[in-house]
Write a protein that binds this ligand. Sequence first.
Ligand code: CP
Ligand code: NVA
Length: 305
Amino acid sequence: MTTIKHFLQPSDFTLEEYEYVMERARVIKRKFKQYETYHPLLDRTLVMVFEKHSTRTRLSFEAGMHQLGGAAIYLNTRDSQLGRGEPIEDAAQVMSRMCDIIMIRTYGQEIIDRFARHSRVPVINGLTNEHHPCQVLADIFTYVEHRGSIAGKTVAWIGDANNMLYSWLQAARIFGFHLNLSTPKGYEMNMALVEAGNTHYTVFANPSDACEGAHLVNTDVWTSMGYEQENAARLKAFDGWIVDADKMRRAASDALFMHCLPAHRGEEVSAEVIDGPQSVVWDEAENRLHVQKALLEYLVKGRVE
Ligand code: CP
Ligand code: NVA
């Protein structure tokens, strides 16, 4: 039996695989910008399963699959049998007999792990409570486009210990950069989600100190999807963890600002920063399309050159 390659968390790929996929993303992006038809996935089908809301992930996968010559089918919990308790293993068996690749946005990582174990085709994580690997892939691609290699650089993470942070932590080890992170009291990392032996991070009590000398300052919502009932308590606890102009001044003079979006101006980031000259949030969002097209090509067809 051949093993199927999935993309469930950043550590599923080696640095060499990332370098290959990012090179393909550059080629595919160039073709897109030149309106050059490129249909490596002609007649192939992507099934997308959404158990949480999405704008960017749905749009980038659906448009991307179309642009590669294939088709994308959208399923959600409300309309499909998933919302009525069909076992995830059964859903995986059935769906993977009817398509070439599957993307899932769901709650616990164990759900996508179980699904992948019973799938005949590659499975991509479109966000779980624990990881958002497609976003970090797009973010690193964006950093490299603007500033060159991220190896040896310092990335500040200001805010919640959420899916994005755990994916950035894995990426730090793979790409060889350092993460300076600061989360409020009571919202610290769950160490069970940090790989043993990962020394590529430093924890700071003060969020401004975490920004000192950083080449990239990164944040995300204070309340992720699935945690809405904690919103009021989080608004209080995260007071002071806003990425504002004062914090950006502590970073390197050519530091970039990133946010995976959607953003809340005045909470995790000031309007001045997210709408200012150091922010590359729109490039980050656009690059979801290009890197995921490269990812789809790689997982369905393997290396094409
Ligand atoms: N950044 C991101 O994944 O956005 P959506 O929730 O809109 O898909
Ligand atoms: N951490 C956020 C990311 C949204 C793209 C969430 O999980 O809701």
